[in-house]
Design a protein around this ligand. Structure first.
Ligand code: PLP
Length: 402
């Protein structure tokens, strides 16, 4: 017989998934409503409104795609990239490679540049590549969770608009954790993530796009045969599930019958977004910065080295060097076993060299910062690492009590 599910209580300080807001989990246990129940349709409309606030946009086309964040990325890129379209992806970590992979699978002629993991691009570097390659689309990550870096977008956005290039941004790790201004920065399409700074479980990809993107989608629109037997388009989008030309009609007053919306997930997202609105984006961004400061000062006071430079650090992820002679996976496992505290490993060239500590959404709070510092310090001491005993918590408390 299988026992009843008993899930341990964890302190999750990774770059996602992070702890869900308790109010969000409660919202998920509400009864199911039918797909076209007026009360459910009203919830869909409210989610769109709240998402516009979250993305700082007036875009009509602002909704969610069911699936994890990469489903949103795939929906946008496969909607606008047709065979042979020129796409430029500036890579500075794992998720730039993901954008490349998805763009290639969509049939794009993809040009990439890759810089050392742990750095970001200057606008001049990006401009040079754009001028030489003259792409139809530029796809870039805002907050690279694999390296803890944040790419400035404002100048890039204005330049792409000037050159009539579509700019697609992965803001999966930054949305509501730091400033993100879709319209002001002239970004054509943005994809966020629920399981990070929104503190809603994984499984939905919030996205927004403007009329420039919508125009291409409408040109490629083809309705499912079972709904419209005459619908034909030789440029139709190759995916049905992630076909934004149909999904946007499901989210419009037409309510085209596409997929069956994930009822309980939408309740969750609505509650998560309601919390963001209550807190306000300004206060939420300040909270992320404040806790990041306590975390970084604590790690430094312990004697650990922060990976990368301060000027382009993403406030939601702190990467820290693994001390010499330490097997990083042993430390992570012991932190979970003894303290129920989780931090993350690294990818690619940084594997084994850094830990990634997230401070996102509901997980981004004082007691979590203090817990992760104490669990890490105690574990390192037991591994024989020389740390400045007791200093980390004092440094963090100094930030909180200043
Ligand atoms: C920056 C970034 N982009 C995209 C993704 C992909 O998200 P998902 O795992 O939800 O598909 C992640 C996931 O960690 C991420 O950190």
């Amino acid at each position: 017989m299988y026992k009843e599910l008993v899930i341990p209580q964890r302190t999750i300080m990774t770059p996602g998934p992070v702890e869900a807001e308790p109010r969000v989990l409660r919202a998920m246990s509400a009864p199911i409503l039918g797909q076209y129940d007026p009360d459910f349709l009203n919830i869909m409309d409210e989610v769109q409104d709240l998402l516009r606030y979250t993305f700082q946009t007036e875009n009509q086309q602002t909704f969610v795609v069911d699936g994890t964040a990469r489903a949103g990325i795939e929906a946008v890129l496969s909607g606008i990239i047709e065979k042979g379209d020129k796409v430029y992806v500036p890579i500075f970590g794992r998720f730039g490679h993901l954008l490349t992979e998805i763009s290639k699978r969509a049939g794009g002629d993809v040009h990439t540049t890759e810089i050392e993991w742990g750095t970001t691009y200057s606008f001049q570097q990006l401009k040079k590549e754009i001028d030489e390659f003259n792409p139809k689309v530029v796809a870039i990550v805002h907050g690279e969770t694999s390296t803890g870096r944040m790419q400035p977008l404002k100048e890039l956005g204005h330049y792409c608009r000037e050159k009539d290039i579509l700019l697609v941004v992965d803001s999966v790790a930054t949305l509501t954790g730091t400033e993100f201004k879709t319209d002001e920065w002239k970004i054509d399409a943005v994809i966020g993530g629920t399981q990070k700074c929104l503190s809603v479980p994984t499984g939905m990809a919030p996205l927004t796009y403007n009329e420039r993107v919508e125009k291409i989608l409408l040109e490629r629109k083809k309705i499912e045969q079972g709904l419209d037997k005459d619908s034909f388009n030789d440029r139709m989008i190759s995916t049905n599930y992630l076909d934004l030309s149909q999904i946007q009609e499901y989210w419009s007053p037409k309510r085209l019958n596409h997929h069956t919306e994930a009822t309980s997930m939408l309740y969750a997202l609505r509650e998560g977004l309601r919390i963001i609105k209550e807190e306000s984006l300004e206060e939420r961004i300040k909270r992320h910065k404040y806790n990041e400061k306590a975390l970084v000062e604590g790690l430094e006071a312990m004697g650990l080295e922060i990976f990368g430079e301060e000027f382009d650090k993403v406030p939601t992820v702190t990467c820290v060097m693994v001390p010499d002679g330490v097997v990083e996976s042993e430390v992570r496992l012991e932190m979970i076993r003894n303290f129920s505290v989780e931090i993350a490993a690294a990818f690619g060239p940084l594997t084994g060299k850094i830990w990634r500590i997230g401070s996102m959404g509901y997980s981004c709070r004082k007691e979590n910062v203090l817990r992760v510092l104490s669990a890490l310090e105690a574990t390192l001491i037991r591994k024989g690492v020389k740390v400045n005993r007791g200093e980390a918590l004092q440094a963090a408390l100094n930030v909180y009590e200043a």
